[in-house]
Design a protein around this ligand. Structure first.
Ligand SMILES: NC(=O)c1ccc[n+]([C@@H]2O[C@H](COP(=O)([O-])OP(=O)(O)OC[C@H]3O[C@@H](n4cnc5c(N)ncnc54)[C@H](O)[C@@H]3O)[C@@H](O)[C@H]2O)c1
Length: 300
């Protein structure tokens, strides 16, 4: 029996790349999967195709004996995400986890970025993640208030660009950083209702990674950049078993899962007067805080 037998999971952007791998692994573990995807290009434009990538994923799951349905709502559609949660519960009788994975990139240096490219990328990642999460959490809160046992799981997708920064990804990286923070906030707010929220930071040779100049190993028995490498972590986070872990960021790099820690407070410079800091003392004070030699000394 799989780890997710009887659980119902929505995966956004489930038609391609990482989302497709997540759907397949979730189904392999026994979950009923709603494969949400708009079939957009890498840069978020519509693509023509007789069979949407999400339909192909559903067929693959069904051929392997699993249960899945397609959904074509954009994650940026706030009310559409409410309707998706409602439809899922009607169709499968419940909802246990959401995997927020949909997205696209429009890389530019900030100085060359258009308002449209900023808004579109922030919307698909940050607003899209918040929208589905908000409506799933409302469902779980209502279930909890009715006295039902809730084991809700929110999985979000952050990235190295959001956690550590990357040149040319000011829109994408700031949205991804905010998503890591959002996971922590949702974890705090939903703890009382039996819901956890965690973020994964994958590294995979999808069309997205290829666009920034990296590709898979190709031809080797095991590919460290295979999108499927991140999916077991996503599947485990969707399970009842992961209920003790919330508000964390897990980076999946090849065959290794790492714990990423958030902001930390380090050191301190206290005013010399014992009262408020003055602008005048900060030239030296901040240098001390960062361990930099005082101005005028060799190498400073
Ligand atoms: N590939 C990597 O190395 C990497 C690294 C860090 C984070 N990520 C993140 O992982 C996620 C998946 O990336 P990928 O590399 O598989 O990309 P991908 O382009 O292969 O897949 C993204 C999917 O999202 C869908 N999508 C786009 N906009 C949508 C919308 N509004 N509503 C519903 N679906 C929509 C697309 O149609 C596509 O199928 C993204 O959030 C990405 O930022 C990827």
């Amino acid at each position: 029996m799989g780890l997710l037998e009887g659980r119902v999971v929505i995966v956004t952007g489930g038609g391609r790349g990482l989302g497709r791998s997540h759907c397949l692994e979730l189904a392999r573990q026994g979950a009923m999967v709603v494969v949400n995807d708009l079939g957009l290009s890498l840069h978020g434009e519509s693509e023509d195709g007789s069979v949407s990538p999400a339909e192909e994923v559903v067929s693959e799951i069904e051929a392997a004996g699993g249960a899945a349905v397609v959904d074509g709502t954009s994650v940026t559609d706030w009310d559409g995400m409410a309707a998706l949660v409602e439809r899922t519960v009607e169709m499968f009788g419940d909802l246990h986890a959401v995997v927020n994975n949909a997205g696209f990139i429009r890389d530019r240096m900030l100085v060359s970025m258009t308002e449209q490219d900023f808004d579109a990328v922030v919307a698909v990642h940050l607003k899209g993640t918040a929208a589905l999460t908000r409506h799933a959490c409302a469902y779980w809160r209502d279930q909890s208030k009715l006295g039902r046992k809730v084991t809700g799981r929110v999985v979000m997708t952050t990235s190295g660009a959001g956690l550590f920064g990357n040149v040319g990804q000011a829109n994408y990286g700031s949205a991804k950083g905010a998503i890591a923070t959002l996971a922590g906030l949702v974890a705090l707010e939903m703890q009382r209702y039996g819901v956890t929220a965690n973020a994964v930071s994958p590294i995979a040779a999808t069309r997205m990674l290829a666009s920034i100049g990296r590709s898979g190993a190709g031809g080797e028995a095991w590919d460290p950049l295979d999108p499927a490498n991140a999916s077991p972590v996503v599947a485990w986070l969707c399970s009842e078993e992961s209920g003790w872990l919330s508000g964390s960021v897990l980076r999946v790099d090849g065959n290794t899962v790492r714990r990423v820690r958030g902001w930390t407070v380090e050191g301190g410079y206290k005013s010399t007067s014992g009262e408020a800091l003055t602008t005048e003392e900060l030239g030296l004070g901040i240098r001390k805080l960062f361990g930099a030699a005082p101005l005028g000394l060799a190498g400073a």
